[in-house]
Design a protein around this ligand. Structure first.
Ligand code: ZN
Length: 258
């Protein structure tokens, strides 16, 4: 395993982890990051209602956004599993506006434009739209270019957009029957149920695997190269093509949502 920079050094953009010559996104799961046995129980919560829980639950650790999250190690090692998203790093990236590829903060890297970039695979080229929900965290334009180059699904087609606001919508995860504590089936291709925070009943019985946000004020982007140049210019404190200049290195201090 080795680390390589994704281009010229830019504040906010971190070295991307590589494995066997392939960049591994920050949110990708690794073989050493297993989920230990964690028997689920029906547990009375602090609101006096019953819901899914761990027998030895530590609520401030195991619960976020009022939902139960799995306990899992977070130490990237072994082999990357490119089809697996690490639930806790996904939540961390989404809630703190961290880049899903390099893990660095995305806010502030394109000042004075505080919008964040989102990328999605789309073989048909269907653009991201206002009000659309996503569990795919934001990313830097430099890192988006790297992803488009190396990620096979994105090779079939992708769409990108700059987004002004990303209010949290809910979680995706495994939903459990309150009586049998067996996981409930779903026809969704992700294998997960999508539960909005307004659905208090189902929120009590879900084991959350993804934090989902809504994309608000969406502007489609087609030229990732131009955006990447802006990031580099801002990081260096030099004017970009539009004359913007960073008066100090962008720090990307993102407000934590949890
Ligand atoms: Zn990045």
């Amino acid at each position: 395993m080795r680390e390589q920079p994704v281009g010229r050094p830019v504040t906010g953009i971190r070295p991307v982890q590589y494995w066997d010559g392939t960049p591994v996104p920050f949110i990708t799961g690794w073989s050493r990051e297993h989920i230990p046995p964690q028997p689920l129980v029906a547990r009375r919560g602090w609101r006096g209602t019953t819901g899914l829980g761990f027998q030895d639950e530590t609520s401030h650790v195991d619960r976020h956004y009022d939902a139960l999250w799995p306990r899992m190690s977070a130490a990237r090692g072994g082999r990357p599993d490119f089809v697996t998203v690490h639930a806790l790093r996904q939540r961390q990236a989404m809630s703190r506006f961290l880049c899903q590829v390099c893990g660095g903060p995305t806010l502030g890297t394109r000042r004075p434009d505080e919008r964040t970039l989102f990328l999605a695979g789309s073989a048909a080229g269907r653009p991201l739209t206002d009000g659309e929900r996503t569990a795919s965290p934001p990313l830097h334009a430099v890192c988006a270019r790297l992803a488009v180059e190396h990620c096979p699904p994105l090779g079939k087609g992708w769409v990108a957009a700059l987004v002004s606001h990303t209010p949290v919508w809910g979680v995706s995860g495994l939903l459990y029957d309150p009586h049998t504590l067996h996981s409930l089936p779903t026809a969704d291709p992700t294998g997960m149920h999508h539960v909005p925070f307004t659905d208090e009943l189902r929120l009590r019985w879900v084991l959350a695997m993804r934090l989902v946000v809504t994309l608000v004020d969406v502007t489609p982007v087609t030229d990732l190269a131009a955006l990447a140049d802006e990031e580099v210019a801002v990081g260096r404190g030099t004017p970009d093509s539009r004359g913007w200049r960073a008066d100090k290195p962008a720090t990307g201090t993102a407000p934590a949502r949890s």
